[in-house]
Ligand binder design. Sequence first.
Ligand SMILES: Nc1nc2c(c(=O)[nH]1)N(C=O)[C@@H](CNc1ccc(C(=O)N[C@@H](CCC(=O)O)C(=O)O)cc1)CN2
Ligand SMILES: Nc1nc2c(ncn2[C@@H]2O[C@H](COP(=O)(O)OP(=O)(O)OP(=O)(O)O)[C@@H](O)[C@H]2O)c(=O)[nH]1
Ligand SMILES: [Mg+2]
Length: 444
Amino acid sequence: MTDLRTIAAIATAPGAAGIGIVRLSGPRAREIAAALCGRRLRPRHAHYVRFRDHDGSVIDDGIALLFAAPASYTGEDVVELQAHGSLPVLRQLLARCRALGAEDARPGEFSERACLNGRLDLAQAEAVADLIAAADLRAARAARRSLEGEFSARVEAIAADLLAIRVQVEAAIDFADEPLDTLGGEALRQRLEQARGRLRDLRAAAERGRRLRDGLHAVLVGPPNAGKSSLLNALAGSERAIVTAIPGTTRDLLQETLQFDGLELTLVDTAGLREDGDAIEREGMRRARAELARADLALVVLDARDPEAGLRALDADLDPVPGRIVLHNKADLLAPGAGAPDDGALRVSALTGAGLDALRARLREAAAAIAPGEGGFSARLRHVQALERTATACAQAAERLQGEQLELAAEHLRLAHDALGEITGRTLPDDLLGHIFSTFCIGK
Ligand SMILES: Nc1nc2c(c(=O)[nH]1)N(C=O)[C@@H](CNc1ccc(C(=O)N[C@@H](CCC(=O)O)C(=O)O)cc1)CN2
Ligand SMILES: Nc1nc2c(ncn2[C@@H]2O[C@H](COP(=O)(O)OP(=O)(O)OP(=O)(O)O)[C@@H](O)[C@H]2O)c(=O)[nH]1
Ligand SMILES: [Mg+2]
């Protein structure tokens, strides 16, 4: 047992619900439960009981459940007091637990204990939080896979490989007068190349998992008056944004969430980009550019009657965005029989609704290309960055191995191995651990 405190928290969402749960974990959970329930609990048995206050008055009736250590979520004794989902009742239960010696759990403390007791690794514990926060079915499935340990298993497989390579390199150091190739150097280099290939695949998958977790972020950009706000309204099916014939109408960012096939897409309307404009409009444009910098997908809205001019002015801003759909809006104003755009652009009309179904299909495709497909797992920016550091260290190791600088190669392999360990929590500074769990919700 890593901690002698017994912690308690309301584990269910606040608000009226059929059932609400107060959860306890720690060495005193059993005796606190016995005092509250008026009887001792048998492990893994659903007891129907009355929860009583200090004066014997009934707080609520409900189910009490004991998970005896180590067969519990945290690995410690865990008790669940399953009451009616009434916030005043749950608060009173929690207050009674406190009076009997429990302390309020910090956010994420149950999962932190699960981690410290080896029930979950760090990436799995993070997946629990991501599962709870998942906005759509795909995000939830991806988080489930990480929770089952798929991501961790791939990380640890590469880590094991790097460790084995390092052991061989260290062994070769002891035979410094012999050329590496007589010591199986070529096989060693090949093995490292293979590990780097697997690392590349894992990085790409983790990056997709991160995008899914953060949600797909599409930004409407283009010159003033092209019809960005009109398109947001048309896609959202409501008059969310102000639309006028005056260029420079939109200044603030306006956000709307759309659901496609169980996938959530955040669509952001921005101020039209142009050279001039008053101070407010310039601030709007600054925000538009900042929004673009973190976008997965740019929806470039141009006036169908003169698209080229609009696009040229935007090019530099669009560069860093991974996905792009170019829209020629106001198609209803084109002369009949105008030829189709030749650059893959989509002709639409926010006014008549023409082309919007095709746009929805494109959005769906773009979303599918950016986010993990079936079988993908969830990941976080923290993981992607650790994988990048691993890749850099592996590249260095390969270079040193090529140059027969074995000590340096071994050192870079050690760094690579440590960076991977940060993902699962095998190697991690304590303060980072606290920081990660503090972002969880209370009772988790
Ligand atoms: N009522 C309730 N539902 C819940 C949870 C909970 O804590 N309470 N969970 C909380 O997140 C999730 C399930 N997670 C859990 C993980 C492990 C164990 C557990 O008792 N494990 C033991 C026994 C395994 C077995 O009997 O097969 C073990 O692993 O040794 C319980 C819940 C989702 N649903
Ligand atoms: N005929 C026609 N007019 C449109 C269409 N889409 C938008 N408009 C009109 O174009 C004008 C500008 O539309 P907005 O949606 O405000 O344009 P915007 O791109 O958001 O403009 P800013 O916020 O100023 O950057 C309005 O008068 C709209 O009614 C369209 O498909 N066809
Ligand atoms: Mg606008």
